[in-house]
Design a protein around this ligand. Structure first.
Ligand SMILES: [Zn+2]
Ligand SMILES: [Zn+2]
Length: 217
């Protein structure tokens, strides 16, 4: 898998602006080879989102993109996160991300912890000031921590890089794109990664779609 990846994007199936295939087409043109579509999900829509997305896998392939069908479990009570993550995987989700405790939204305390102990979760998005203990749990359960370009959510990128190194967590760099202007080209991704404090070497290891081998095919 050469090219770039993005494991966190939104479409009109939640609060994004593009149809799934428009998003995929635009990303194919920029040079992405792996894209996860992860619309906001709660108990009301988690199956719908996945069902709607599964048929787009073929269309994406025709544009040379491997589509990972996913959800972003968003603002649900921490107690329900494991059940919803399991429901998503049971219904065919390739990837489950959890909307972490970003500094700019009133995400329920305990959300980061609930994500870090759940083996059905793949990525903890914008985790804010994640505790050392939870970072260790994320490492143990193979959950990647997100460094994001999204304004507001990105305030704690430097902290996340530091704690991920300490705990041995995998880091992924995502856009959390909702609109065409949110999409990152190669240079912008490097800038986000380096701005978060990653070294050139770490950028090379983390930013390519190759780094996902064995995790998402
Ligand atoms: Zn959103
Ligand atoms: Zn998001």
């Amino acid at each position: 898998m050469k090219g770039m990846y993005d494991l966190h994007t939104h479409t009109i199936h939640s609060d994004g602006e593009m149809l799934p295939i428009e998003l995929i087409r635009r990303m194919a043109v920029i040079g992405y080879s792996v894209v996860a579509i992860t619309d906001h999900a709660d108990a009301s829509n988690i199956e719908d989102i996945i069902c709607k997305l599964l048929p787009v896998r073929n269309s994406a392939e025709l544009f040379g993109v491997k589509l990972l069908c996913g959800v972003e479990i968003t603002h649900v009570p921490p107690k329900e996160i494991a059940t919803l993550a399991k429901r998503a995987k049971k219904n065919g989700a390739d990837i489950v991300i959890v909307h972490g405790e970003t500094p700019v939204e009133p995400v329920a305390p305990g959300t980061n912890h609930a994500a870090c102990v759940c083996r059905d979760v793949d990525v903890l998005a914008h985790p804010g000031v994640l505790s050392v203990k939870d970072a260790a749990l994320a490492a143990k359960n193979g959950i990647a921590l997100e460094v994001t370009s999204r304004g507001g959510h990105n305030r704690t990128n430097g902290y996340i890089v530091q704690i991920a190194r300490e705990a041995g967590c995998r880091i992924v760099v995502n856009s959390d794109a909702h609109a065409p202007h949110d999409l990152l080209d190669n240079q912008a991704r490097f800038l986000v990664a380096k701005g978060g404090g990653l070294t050139d070497r770490e950028c090379r290891d983390i930013l390519g779609a190759d780094s996902l081998k064995g995790i998402f095919g």
